[in-house]
Design a protein around this ligand. Sequence first.
Ligand code: NAD
Length: 510
Amino acid sequence: MPTIPATDEISDRATAALERCGADRPAEITATGQLFARTPITGGSLLPLARAADSDVDHAVSAAHQAFRSTWQHTPAPERGALVRRLGELLREHKYDLADLVTIEAGKIRSEAAGEVQEMIDICDFALGLSRQLYGRTMASERPGHRLMETWHPLGVVGVITAFNFPVAVWAWNTAVALVCGDTVVWKPSELTPLTALACDALLSRAASDVGAPADVHRLVLGEREVAERLVDDPRVALVSATGSVRMGRQVGPRVASRLGRCLLELGGNNAAVVTSSADLDLAVRGTVFAAAGTAGQRCTSLRRLIVHEDVADALVGRIVDAYGQLRIGDPFDEDTLVGPLVGEQALTAMRNALARATADGGTVLVGGSRCLEKEAPDAYYAEPAVVRMPAQTEIVREETFAPILYVMTYRTFDEAIELHNGVSQGLSSAVFTRDQREAERFLSLSDCGIVNVNIGTSGAEIGGAFGGEKDTGGGRESGSDAWKAYMRRATNTVNYSEELPLAQGVRFL
Ligand code: NAD
C-alpha cells in the first residue's frame, strides 16, 4: 500500500533545500497579504510568504531597468556569458535541492524533477556558447562604396511570467538567454511554485555576486495574476514572455499590444500522435504511455489524443490499457512511483467533468479516471490516468484538459488522420509512429504544430531546438536555435565609405 509523507516532513525538506540554495524570504517585499507555499503531495500548506504589492513590482522594474541602462546592456556579451556559466555551475551543485522543491510544489516524480533541473543546466551551457554567437548578417549593398549589415542589440527589461508545471526550466530558458542578450529580467512565477522561484533567485543572485554582475539584473516578484498584470502594463518592460493557459494568453496578448510592447506567448497544447498501420507498436506503446500518463498529464506537451489506424487500433489500445494497469500512483518522492498528484482540486474536477462529457458524447472509458489515495491523503488529488475510446473528435476532445486523459480515435486514410490531427485550435506538439517514410515526410510537412516528431512521443523536448507552438498556442519560440532573436532588437546599418552620396533605387535629389 503506497504511503504519503506528512506535510511537516515535506515542509522540513523544503526548508532544508531552500537553506542550501541560500534562499531567504524576500525581505524588501512589503506584504499586501500572505501567499502560502503548498504541496500537492498532501494538499498541505508549507510556508507563509509575502505577496508583492504594486509598489514592489514598480520597484523591481525600476531596479532592473536601471541595471539594464547603466551597466548590463554595455557589458560585452561574452562577459555576460560568465554570469550564466556561474549560474550553470551552481545549478549543477544544487540540482537535487531544486529537484526536491519541484517535486514538493509541482508534484513531479523524482526523475522528472531532476530532468527539469538538467534542462536548466543545459540551457546555461547553450546560452554561454550563444554569448559568442549573436551573429548578424552582411548583405550586398546596391550602392558602390557602401556596406549593408544587421546588428543585434539588447532589448531592455524582460518580464517573465511562468506556469506551475515547469516551475524552473521555463524560467531558465528565458533568463539564461535574455541575460546573455544583454537584457535584465523581472520574474513572476506561478503562485503555486514560489519556493522553487526563491531558490532560483537566490542561486542567480549568488552567481551575480561571484562574477561581479549587478544584483538587479534579476528581480523576483511573488503573487497571483494581479502581480503579473502590473508587469504586463509597465511600458519599461520591453518584452513580456508569458507561459500558461490559452485563457491567460488571450488576456496578456492584447494588453501588451495596446501599449505596442512585445510579447512572447507559450500557451496550452492539445497534442496528438498518429499511429499508422506500419508503426512499430512497441515504440508506440512506450511513447504513448510516457507522454500521456507521465507528469500526471500536466505537461503542455502531454499527449491528449491518439489517432490510430483502424487495422492496429485494438492491438495498440489493448497494450496501452495493460501498461496503464502497471502505473504506480503515489508519493512522487518514492522511486517506484510513476504518476504523482494532480496540482489541486480544480484539476480533478476538470478531469471528472471532461470524462463525463466524453461519455455523454459516446466515449467509453477503457481504464482509469477515478480518484485514488483519498484515505492516505484526503486533501490531495491523485487520479488514475484514463484512456477513453471516442467515436469522433467532439468538442471536449478539442479542449485542453490539464489532467491525464488520453482520447483514442481511429482513422482509415492518412488524409483523414491529418484532418483529425489538425482539427483543434491549439498547435504545440505532435508525433507520428510509422515505418513508412512517405507517411513520416507527409506528417512532417502537414502537421500544423511547432513541434513535429517521428517515432517518439509528444513530450520531452531538448533545449537545442526552438520550443513553442502555433495557432492558440501563441506562436512564441523559446530556448534553442535562433529563439534568442526575440530577446534582442535588430538594427539595419548602412555604412558609406565612398566619397559620393548615391541614393537607393537610383533616386536623384540635389
Ligand atoms: P495559468 O494560465 O493559470 O497561469 C500561468 C501564469 O500566468 C501564472 O504565473 C499566473 O499567475 C499568470 N496569469 C494568469 N492569468 C493572468 C493574466 N490574466 N494576466 C497575467 N498573468 C496571468 O497556467 P497554469 O495552470 O499555471 O499552467 C498550465 C497551463 O500552462 C496549461 O495550459 C499548459 O499547457 C500551459 N503551459 C504551456 C507551456 C508552453 O511552453 N507552451 C509550458 C508550460 C505550461
